[in-house]
Design a protein around this ligand. Structure first.
Ligand code: FES
Ligand SMILES: [Fe+2]
Length: 357
C-alpha cells in the first residue's frame, strides 16, 4: 500500500510558487539555479527587468548561463543562437531564416517584495494570488536579516526539521535552544492545508539568539514559538518573547518572524532562503551581525544533520520502520499534505486511487 506520508522519494511538487532568488541576486550577470530538477537562468535587462528562462539551449542543451549577454539578449556560447529576455530566439547564425518557432522554455515568474518567485508547474494554474504576502520585508516598522543556504537533502526533511523544534535543545544547544525547550508543551492545529505547531515556555531563560537583541539577558520570560507549514515553499515561525516585569518605559513584547522559503532543487538537494525579521530595534546596526552569526551556525548544524540522514536513507533505503513520537504530529500532517499534493499532480484529472488517506 502506498504510504500517505511524503518522503525523499515522493515526486517533487511543481504546481507551486517557489522562491527562485532574492531580488538582490538578479543582476546583469547570467546566473542559474535549479528548481524541481530544471536548471533556470535569471538576469536583469538594462532597464532592470528580470528575465527568466530554462538554462538549456533549445539546440544542443548548452547551458545558456555559460554564454554571454549582448544588450538584453543571451547569446548561446556553443553555436550562437540568440534569445530575447522573453525566451524567444531572435537570431540563429547558421540558419537565419528558420528561427521563428524556436523559444527557450519559460516559466511564470514575478518579482515582489524583494523576492523573485517562479512557478515550475502547469502555467495555466499559476495564480499570483497564491503567492504569500511578506510585508515584514517592506514595512518601515520591521527590519530583517536574510541569507541563502543550500541543503544536501530532500526538501521534505527540511520541512520536517522546522516542524519539530525539539531539535533546538540538542542540535543547537545554547545557541538557539535551551534544554527545557524539548519538553515544553505544544499544540498542533490545521487551517485548510496549513499546519501549525505552537510551543509556549513560561518562566524560561533565553538562548543567545534572543537574549542579545531583546537585551533581556538571563531574565526569566515567556517564549512562544508559533510555527506554520504554509505550503511546500514556505515555513513561517512567529517567535514572541514577553517580559512579565519590564522596567518602566521599556519594551515588554518582542516579535520576530523566522522565514524559510524552501525550494526543491533536485530530489536530494534543497535551497533554503531564510530571513529573520524583528519589530523592535529597527535600524540598530548591532543586531544583524549577531542574528546572522547565531542563525548561520544553527543552519550549518541543520545542514550536517540533514546530509547525514539523507546519506543513511540513500545508502540503506527508506524501508526502515521509523518510529514517530508525540512532537511529530505537526510534521506528519505536513507530510500528508505534501504527499497528497504530489499524487494529485501525478494522477490524471478525476483519478485519485493512488492516494490512501
Ligand atoms: S547549443 Fe546553443 S546554439 Fe547550439
Ligand atoms: Fe535547526
Amino acid at each position: 500500500m502506498t504510504s500517505h506520508l511524503a518522503d525523499r522519494l515522493t515526486p517533487l511538487i511543481r504546481n507551486c510558487w517557489y522562491v527562485l532568488c532574492w531580488s538582490t541576486e538578479a543582476s546583469r550577470d547570467l546566473r542559474s539555479r535549479r528548481v524541481c530538477g530544471d536548471d533556470v537562468l535569471f538576469y536583469r535587462t538594462s532597464a532592470g527587468q528580470v528575465a527568466v528562462m530554462r538554462n538549456r539551449c533549445r539546440h544542443r542543451s548548452f547551458p545558456l548561463s555559460r554564454g554571454r549577454l549582448q544588450g538584453d539578449n543571451v547569446v548561446c556560447g556553443y553555436h550562437g543562437l540568440v534569445y530575447a529576455p522573453s525566451g524567444k530566439c531572435v537570431f540563429a547564425p547558421s540558419d537565419p531564416d528558420n528561427r521563428s518557432d524556436i523559444s527557450a522554455q519559460t516559466y511564470p515568474f514575478i518579482e515582489r517584495e524583494g523576492l523573485i518567485w517562479i512557478w515550475p508547474g502547469d502555467p495555466t494554474l499559476a495564480n499570483q494570488s497564491l503567492i504569500p504576502s511578506t510585508p515584514w520585508f517592506t514595512r518601515p516598522d520591521w527590519d530583517y536579516v536574510s541569507g541563502y543556504m543550500p541543503y544536501p537533502a530532500n526538501y521534505v526533511a527540511l520541512h520536517e526539521n522546522l516542524m519539530d523544534l525539539t531539535h533546538f535543545a540538542y542540535l543547537h544547544t545554547g545557541n538557539i535552544g535551551t534544554q527545557e525547550y524539548a519538553a515544553a508543551p505544544f499544540k498542533v492545529a490545521t487551517k485548510g492545508s496549513r499546519v501549525n505547531i505552537c510551543r509556549t515556555l513560561e518562566r524560561c531563560s533565553l538562548p543567545a539568539l534572543l537574549a542579545f537583541p531583546t537585551g533581556l539577558g538571563d531574565k526569566l520570560v515567556t517564549r512562544i514559538t508559533d510555527t506554520w507549514y504554509e505550503s511546500p515553499a514556505l515555513n513561517l515561525t512567529n517567535s514572541t518573547v514577553v517580559d512579565p516585569s519590564p522596567e518602566p518605559g521599556s519594551t515588554a513584547r518582542f516579535e520576530f518572524k523566522v522565514v524559510h522559503f524552501i525550494t526543491p532543487a533536485t530530489q536530494s538537494t534543497t535551497h533554503n532562503f531564510y530571513a529573520v525579521a524583528r519589530k523592535f530595534r529597527v535600524g540598530d546596526p548591532s543586531v544583524p551581525e549577531h542574528t546572522r552569526m547565531c542563525f548561520e551556525k544553527a543552519f550549518r548544524e541543520d545542514q550536517d544533520a540533514l546530509m547525514w540522514i539523507e546519506e543513511a536513507q540513500a545508502l540503506e533505503g527508506i524501508d526502515f520502520a521509523e518510529i514517530h513520537v508525540r512532537s511529530d504530529r505537526g510534521s506528519l500532517l505536513m507530510r500528508r499534505d505534501l504527499k497528497k499534493r504530489a499524487l494529485q499532480e501525478q494522477s490524471p484529472p478525476g483519478c485519485s486511487e493512488n492516494y490512501v488517506a
